[in-house]
Design a protein around this ligand. Structure first.
Ligand SMILES: *[C@@H]1O[C@H](CO)[C@@H](O)[C@H](O)[C@H]1NC(C)=O
Ligand SMILES: *[C@@H]1O[C@H](CO)[C@@H](O)[C@H](O)[C@H]1NC(C)=O
Ligand SMILES: *[C@@H]1O[C@H](CO)[C@@H](O)[C@H](O)[C@H]1NC(C)=O
Ligand SMILES: *[C@@H]1O[C@H](CO)[C@@H](O)[C@H](O)[C@H]1NC(C)=O
Ligand SMILES: *[C@@H]1O[C@H](CO)[C@@H](O)[C@H](O)[C@H]1NC(C)=O
Ligand SMILES: *[C@@H]1O[C@H](CO)[C@@H](O)[C@H](O)[C@H]1NC(C)=O
Ligand SMILES: *[C@@H]1O[C@H](CO)[C@@H](O)[C@H](O)[C@H]1NC(C)=O
Ligand SMILES: *[C@@H]1O[C@H](CO)[C@@H](O)[C@H](O)[C@H]1NC(C)=O
Ligand SMILES: *[C@@H]1O[C@H](CO)[C@@H](O)[C@H](O)[C@H]1NC(C)=O
Length: 406
């Protein structure tokens, strides 16, 4: 697994690859002829960013490095990655990324004085997603832009041919996971998933050609069950309305409100060119309006405002493992599926951090549950995030919320 260079990682942490939320600004994602009405999620608006938590190694607090001048108002949406954060801001919907990328955190920074990354030519961004060490942005015209923290460079030339700068396909949603693993949802409901084109820890492989990318279609009949083995592609085509990338598993929300999952432990730096279906909670087979993927867990938001969670981490999150990793213990969530009672109704949006879940309630209150890590104490939500929030994003050991500024 990737580890930040030059830092000692406690053994228990090393076993828990930390993930990365695929924070999509879903409400900006544009078209898509879904037969279901769209989720009654928060309306796009502008606000200021609230940050909570820190690097999972306990090494720094991202707030200290945030570009405060840009985050006080005018922010449309956010994404939280393994270490980094992204925001869409301003009238022309540009992107800013922080904290500074530097060698101590496992990526190369040609200019240690760089306090932020603001891709200058990138405007009209409708969604952002932050992976382990890479970033994706989606523009109003349906183009994906891809860059990396390690190289602070524009890596868009590494996109699969169907998505590259010259490609015609229009994308309506993006999701970034571990080590360059990424997903894009096309306007026609097909998903392209691709692995890292290179070993981003090793600049020597910079010129390795990218994998071709894969259009996935969902084989009828396989989506409800456990399948141990590869699934042939193509097969009768299903269309997806939303996607989510976990650490190394993928979720898709089909147009009929059913969730399918695939992937799992695929190994670092592999191209993700085959898919293996994974189990999905029985409660996420219908009426799902939004999805989120964490390190080893998944969340679904049902049309009636209930959150469903499944996977391993949240289920184990209540005590011993947490103590072993030196983090703060917390009471197990009271509700079914390891979801706290507060997140069983009136939820309008969800996000999954590495080892935690987030729900946004009507009225803009943030609820967070799961495992405390580093500076992130799960049983605490800042006062500021108790109302008026309209967007949330969970990272590895930090989360972001955007609060309306009126
Ligand atoms: C990298 O960032 C950390 C945290 O902000 C800081 O302590 C360290 O000095 C930085 N290293 C370099 C080489 O800039
Ligand atoms: C990267 O290149 C693409 C296409 O050449 C361009 O559209 C985009 O704005 C660039 N992005 C960054 C982050 O500079
Ligand atoms: C969607 O478009 C892509 C790119 O043109 C194509 O490869 C794929 O087969 C299309 N999917 C469907 C369901 O038509
Ligand atoms: C990637 O690069 C790192 C740093 O050079 C190296 O330790 C690792 O083995 C490389 N991984 C692969 C799959 O090439
Ligand atoms: C890594 O490769 C890129 C692209 O060739 C180059 O711009 C950069 O200077 C290289 N970095 C190092 C540390 O060699
Ligand atoms: C998936 O679900 C089936 C049926 O409920 C169960 O038998 C199987 O053990 C599950 N597989 C995994 C990997 O959880
Ligand atoms: C699944 O695909 C992988 C990669 O193509 C291959 O190595 C493996 O043998 C396949 N497994 C089955 C059960 O077909
Ligand atoms: C949605 O479509 C899939 C694939 O056809 C099917 O397996 C599933 O039962 C459908 N779900 C609903 C709620 O209709
Ligand atoms: C929402 O629907 C689920 C699944 O049918 C059910 O378990 C849950 O109790 C419902 N919640 C509310 C608030 O109606």
């Amino acid at each position: 697994m990737l580890r930040p260079r030059g830092l000692l990682t406690p053994p228990a942490m090393a076993m828990a690859p930390l993930l990365v939320a695929a924070a999509l600004v879903a409400s900006f994602s544009g078209a898509g002829a879904a037969p279901r009405p769209p989720p009654a999620g928060p309306k796009p608006q502008q606000g200021r960013v609230i940050e909570y938590g820190g690097n999972y190694l306990g090494g720094y607090i991202p707030q200290q490095d945030a570009p405060k001048d840009l985050l006080q108002s005018g922010v449309w949406g956010v994404a939280a990655g393994h270490y980094h954060s992204m925001a869409i801001y301003g009238k022309s919907r540009k992107v800013v990324e922080w904290p500074p990328a530097n060698a101590s955190f496992g990526y190369y920074n040609p200019d240690p004085s760089t306090q932020r990354l603001q891709p200058e030519n990138l405007v009209n961004v409708v969604a952002v997603s932050a992976g382990q060490h890479h970033s994706l942005a989606l523009t109003k015209t349906g183009k994906v832009v891809f860059w990396t923290r390690q190289l602070l460079g524009n890596a868009s030339d590494d996109l699969p041919p169907l998505l590259g700068p010259k490609a015609k396909a229009k994308v309506k949603a993006i999701a970034a996971g571990r080590g360059g693993y990424s997903m894009a949802l096309l306007n026609n409901g097909s998903i392209i998933e691709w692995g890292p084109a290179r070993n981003y820890s090793d600049n020597a492989t910079w010129y390795r050609p990218p994998p071709p990318g894969l259009v996935i279609s969902f084989p009828e009949g396989d989506v409800n069950g456990a399948i141990n083995g590869n699934v042939s592609v193509p097969a009768p085509r299903l269309r997806a309305q939303a996607i989510a990338a976990g650490w190394d598993h993928s979720l898709a929300l089909l147009e009929n409100g059913t969730v399918v999952a695939w992937g799992g432990r695929r190994g670092q730096y592999q191209a993700f060119l085959s898919w293996r279906a994974m189990n999905v909670s029985a409660d996420a087979k219908q009426d799902v309006v939004a999805i989120a993927a964490g390190n080893q867990h998944s969340l679904a938001l049902l049309a009636n405002g209930t959150v469903v969670a499944w996977g391993t981490v949240l289920a184990n999150a209540a005590g011993a493992t947490c103590a072993a990793e030196g983090c703060v213990t917390y009471p197990p969530p009271a509700g079914p599926n390891n979801v706290p009672a507060e997140a069983l109704k009136d939820v309008t949006a969800i996000s999954a951090g590495s080892l935690f879940g987030m729900a946004l309630l009507k009225g803009g209150r943030v609820v967070v549950w799961g495992k405390s890590t580093g500076y992130l104490y799960i049983n605490f939500v800042p006062d500021d995030a108790q109302s008026g929030v309209f967007a949330i994003a969970g990272g590895s050991a930090h989360y972001l919320a955007v609060k309306a500024t009126g």
